[in-house]
Design a protein around this ligand. Sequence first.
Ligand code: FAD
Length: 303
Amino acid sequence: MNADHLMRPSRRQGGQDLAVSFEFFPPKNEEMETALWEAVDRLAPLAPDFVSVTYGAGGTTRERTHSTVARLVKDTTLKPAAHLTCVGSTRAEIHTILDDYKAAGVGHIVALRGDPPTGLGSTYEAHPEGFASTAELVKAARLHGDFEVSVSAYPEKHPESASFDVDLDVLQAKIDAGATRAITQFFFDNDVYFRFLDKAHKRGITIPILPGIVPVLNFKQTAAFASRCGASVPAWLAHRFEGLEHDLATRRLIAAAVAAEQVFDLLDQGISRFHFYTMNKADLVYAICHLIGVRSQTAGGVA
Ligand code: FAD
């Protein structure tokens, strides 16, 4: 009997129509710098659609984000996107940052509001001379340098949000201002992502909404981070990592299995673009890309 028809569609995928993107954060010290460029070097041959570099809370990594993105342009074949937040900056400062990115050859901004300087939970207040909303930042990036602009989306609602409707209004405003792609906060239960897509589609939102996938290497850390940004951690996930606090080797295998299961399920349900929060570590993300059929295309990487 030919069992091919019994296989899940994803298992037959050759990766032809898949697109992946990777998020990195700017390194703080020499050791982290080495780790970042090793990860970039390993993931670059997978020819991601783009890679993005985060912007520290309150703009604390302004210089480091810039130098990381500028080096990606200069030393690799990758197309980097620079994250940029409204927090703590005047409009004039943001315009200068945008000019600097343009001059460095960066063509893509991930535009964000950012968290209040006092942390999530406290009320966000825009800088008196800054942008009042992310939509204004999106507009500035479109008009001031014709950047491609991506924005955030929250399948489980932004923690400050009163309702999904408010979230979708905010997403729509960012699209009206010129955003052409959304990247979601990470999630573990694919149903929450599909429910969100459904709500967005019903509202007439048609831009790609890329699922943000986070590999769980350290369950405790991920769970703590998830609770701060409003992502739920299913009991089954906690159960899978239970008792492995001191067993890194097994944790790595479980993390790969969990992420592969999530990505295969998305693939089976028709999703073909994935955004990976790499945490500047390549192995797990590389393995998952390989599993779904994303293979080395060129000898990209660090020159
Ligand atoms: P927005 O999408 O503008 O708003 C988020 C929510 O706040 C809205 O959905 C709504 O519920 C509420 N809200 C906003 N404006 C209004 C309004 N006028 N009236 C009522 N409610 C409103 N943070 C960083 O500091 N640096 C980064 O590099 C970074 N990268 C990120 C990348 C991704 C893919 C994601 C999902 C998040 C990232 N963040 C980053 C976190 C982000 O800055 C925080 O979640 C922040 O609290 C919201 O920023 P935002 O752009 O998502 O906000």
